[in-house]
Design a protein around this ligand. Structure first.
Ligand SMILES: NC(=O)C1=CN([C@@H]2O[C@H](COP(=O)(O)OP(=O)(O)OC[C@H]3O[C@@H](n4cnc5c(N)ncnc54)[C@H](OP(=O)(O)O)[C@@H]3O)[C@@H](O)[C@H]2O)C=CC1
Ligand SMILES: O=C(O)CCC(=O)C(=O)O
Ligand SMILES: [Mg+2]
Length: 739
């Protein structure tokens, strides 16, 4: 029997799954396909980590580890929905909810002191930030807008804010002292085992990590960010922003850079509220406030204080705002600023939203203003400034005519920042940070760091680079589109990659293909010149730009990255089919809970299922799976053409309603096809049933909306209630069950 593993994740995609999965199971069963689920939600991952605290019945398996193993099996076929890459605040909320439900897991130690606390903190750390994707992404990334989706966007353009040439909006990044500035990189001449250590000025050596096994031809980097430069940068930019009278906004990726970016975030908050931190710093330390996790941490801790002291602190915090710039808001109606939590300002989604809005963000008064977008690290920030320059000169893009920018991204085997998680350190003292060969004691790379600097090692193995080049050539050939490798010769790491790309391109027939390498800024300008003329250009990038560009272009082209096809051809031959390029849309859950309307668009799931079925048809020689794939593809196109995607407005068609239409169109297409008589017979009855009950089913689905829907849980919702919420039409449920 052929098998697909469908992941259960969090928030909106998890809710959508409750409605969509029964449809998937019923349809695919007819082709002898078994659909297994694997729960990799943050709640399940936390529970899997602490079996000794749980009763026998409460224990859950380590599904993520199992899926990680399966990525090495050529028969694997996984459909992966987006999951929460948790911030500390989110993780603590999940722990609290689980404890409240009777799971006696330990508290999250904010400030671990004993060995036991340190071990618990370490174990919880495994569920923080990007901890799922690096395990499953054992292949490089192929993300694009399928033709039908792009055509739909051209005919039904989303709204775009207007860009004015006189807009004050701009990006500010460091010009020295950041990771870009002092990066060093080498390609290994042989396999080596290395350690990371710091030689202090008094001659003592502190070892931070040993036994890092590196392969021959692997590229490794050592880089640091100077705390002093960062703080000076923040001071300067805050003052500049105040003078300009625009909003200050911070954009980080504290999930993928899960050690460095919370620190970078925390420094911004402490500089902004410098006077209050000077006055109350000792008390904050005593309370265990850690604004690396956002101002939410501070407000949570001071809530425990007597009212008079709390009010004094709040007054002092407000007083700081008088001589600081106004902050961009995440939710102005609730007073939630950019500094509330690093998980609210995830750069891949937050910057494109601002650019789509004509360079504006929300102020505390609920009005839109120009802003200074602060992204301290310059390595990748410059692409956004280049796009802003282009928008100011050219005006906003026109979704009805603009070209498309698919991406081929290097990410396999924990490439680049994915592998830096356990190799990033905040220096506790001055000294020389270095990477040393354990066998020969050769110093491979070294940098001088000062107390408070962040230093890290990144790595990319050679085989993933070869695979990435191969994938880029394949996509260029298959789509007859130019491919640009976004690589900057002035950045040592990328300079190493340029050499490899040049070398590995020779392994392929590139006759007639347009392949170039350009620095990121030039690549952006070149791509945008083409985009504006309606021309398509593939971007072949490293891991971070993969992430940034696959939200940026889809959000401008299609209105959301949820409509992307996102494939990870696993290097061992299996397939990982991701849904969309965006995240888990917490705002959508809020709307469901308040109004029982889920505006999550499952188009990404439909696209992923199609390619998963195609893969399976070829791999398992299962012609019925190919028929299911072809008909699903046509059904998805019909869904778009007939405008049956979810509406944002309560009372109108939502996620559930769009699943109904997908099922009806899919059944109709299966009934209409001639390749497989058995499938035709099976689906003719279902198609008729759904057609004749269409109005009644839609009424049942839409009538359910408008009232609050308490799911008795956020990270671990009550299954029966979620089922009640997401499958409210008896007629539809019975029709699916009848297959
Ligand atoms: N692959 C993965 O596992 C990924 C996981 N994440 C995780 O997701 C969480 C939230 O991240 P965040 O940066 O806020 O970004 P999200 O992509 O979740 O949300 C940003 C906005 O994009 C729109 N959106 C996203 N997906 C859909 C969809 N399927 N249908 C309709 N609209 C959609 C929504 O806009 P609107 O509100 O206007 O409707 C949403 O508010 C984080 O925990 C993050 O780590 C993020 C990216 C990828
Ligand atoms: O891994 C993560 O935390 C998020 C990944 C992401 O945003 C993406 O792959 O686009
Ligand atoms: Mg992303």
């Amino acid at each position: 029997m052929s098998k697909i593993i469908y992941t259960k994740t969090d928030e909106a995609p998890a809710l959508a799954t409750v409605s969509f999965l029964p449809i998937v199971k019923a349809f695919t069963h007819t082709a002898g396909i078994e659909v297994d689920t694997s729960d990799i939600s943050v709640a399940a991952r936390v529970l899997a980590e602490f079996p000794e605290f749980l009763s026998e019945e409460q224990r859950v398996p380590d599904n993520l580890a199992e899926l990680g193993r399966l990525t090495q099996d050529p028969n694997t076929n996984i459909i992966k929905l987006p999951n929460i890459s948790a911030s500390v605040q989110q993780l603590k909320a999940a722990i609290k909810e689980l404890q409240g439900k009777g799971y006696a897991i330990p508290d999250f130690p904010d400030d671990p002191k004993t060995d036991e606390e340190k071990s618990i903190r370490l174990r919880y750390g495994k569920s923080l930030g990007s901890s799922v994707n690096p395990v499953l992404r054992e292949g490089n990334s192929d993300r694009r807008a399928p033709k039908a989706v792009k055509n739909y966007a051209r005919k039904h353009p989303h709204s775009m804010g207007e860009w004015k040439q006189w807009s004050q909006t701009h990006v500010s990044h460091m010009h020295s002292g950041d990771f870009y500035d002092g990066e060093q990189s080498i390609t290994l001449d042989k396999a080596r085992t290395v350690r990371m250590e710091r030689l202090a000025d008094d001659g003592t050596v502190n070892v931070f990590k040993t036994g890092i096994a590196l392969l021959d031809k692997e590229v490794i980097d050592l880089m640091f960010m100077s705390k002093k430069s960062l703080l000076d940068f923040y001071e300067r930019e805050m003052e500049d922003c105040r003078e300009a009278g625009i909003l200050f906004s911070l954009h980080v990726k504290a999930t993928m850079m899960k050690v460095s970016h919370p620190i970078v975030f925390g420094h911004a908050v402490r500089i902004y509220y410098k006077d209050a931190f000077q006055k109350h710093g000792a008390l904050f330390d005593e309370l265990g406030v850690n604004v690396n996790n956002g101002m939410a941490s501070l407000y949570e801790k001071i809530a425990e204080l007597p009212a008079s002291l709390r009010e004094e602190i709040e007054r002092d915090l407000h007083a700081c705002q008088v001589h600081r710039p106004r902050l961009a808001m995440v939710d102005s109606s609730k007073g939630i600023t950019n500094f509330h939590s690093p998980s609210d300002i995830i750069v891949d989604a937050s910057m494109p939203a601002m650019i789509r809005n004509g360079g504006k963000m929300w102020g505390a008064d609920g009005k839109l203003y120009d802003c200074k977008a602060v992204m301290p690290e310059s390595t990748f920030a410059r692409i956004y400034q280049e796009m802003i320059n282009f928008c100011k000169w050219h005006g906003n893009f026109d979704p009805t005519t603009m070209g498309t920018v698919p991406n081929v991204g290097l990410m396999a085997q924990k490439a680049e920042e994915y592998g830096s998680h356990d190799k990033t350190f905040e220096a506790s003292d001055n000294g020389i940070a270095r990477i040393v060969d354990e066998e020969t004691n050769e110093i491979l790379l070294e940098q001088r760091v000062e107390k408070g600097d962040i230093w890290r090692m990144c790595q990319v193995k050679d085989e993933p680079i070869q695979d990435w080049v191969k994938l880029a050539v394949r996509r260029a050939r298959e789509s007859n589109t130019p491919v640009i490798f976004w690589l900057d010769p002035y950045r040592p790491h990328e300079n190493e990659l340029i050499k490899k790309v040049k070398m590995y391109l020779k392994d392929h027939d590139t006759t007639g293909l347009h392949i170039e390498t350009m620095s990121q800024v030039r690549a952006m300008r070149y791509t945008l010149e083409r985009v504006a003329r309606g021309l398509d250009t593939i971007s072949a990038t490293g891991n971070i730009l993969r992430d940034y560009l696959t939200d940026l272009f889809p959000i401008l082209e299609l209105g959301t990255s949820a409509k992307m096809l996102s494939v990870v051809p696993l290097m061992k031959g299996g397939g990982l089919f991701e849904t969309g390029a965006g995240g888990s849309a917490p705002k959508h859950v809020q709307q469901l809970v308040e109004e029982n309307h889920l505006r999550w668009d499952s188009l990404g799931e439909f696209l992923a299922l199609t390619v998963s079925l195609e893969h399976l048809a070829q791999n398992d020689n299962n012609p019925k799976a190919q028929v299911l794939a072809d008909t699903l593809d046509r059904a998805t196109e019909k869904l778009l053409l007939n405008d049956k995607s979810p509406s944002r407005k309560t009372g109108e068609l939502d996620n559930r309603g769009s699943h109904f239409y997908l099922a009806m169109y899919w059944a109709q297409e299966l009934a209409a096809q001639e390749q497989d008589g058995e499938l035709k017979a099976q689906f003719t009855a279902l198609a008729q049933n759904l057609e004749s009950n269409e109005a009644a089913i839609i009424k049942e689905l839409n009538d359910a909306q408008g009232k609050p829907m308490d799911l008795k849980g956020y990270y671990l919702a009550d299954e029966a209630l979620a089922e009640q919420a997401m499958r409210p039409s008896t007629l539809f449920n019975n029709a699916i069950a009848s297959l």
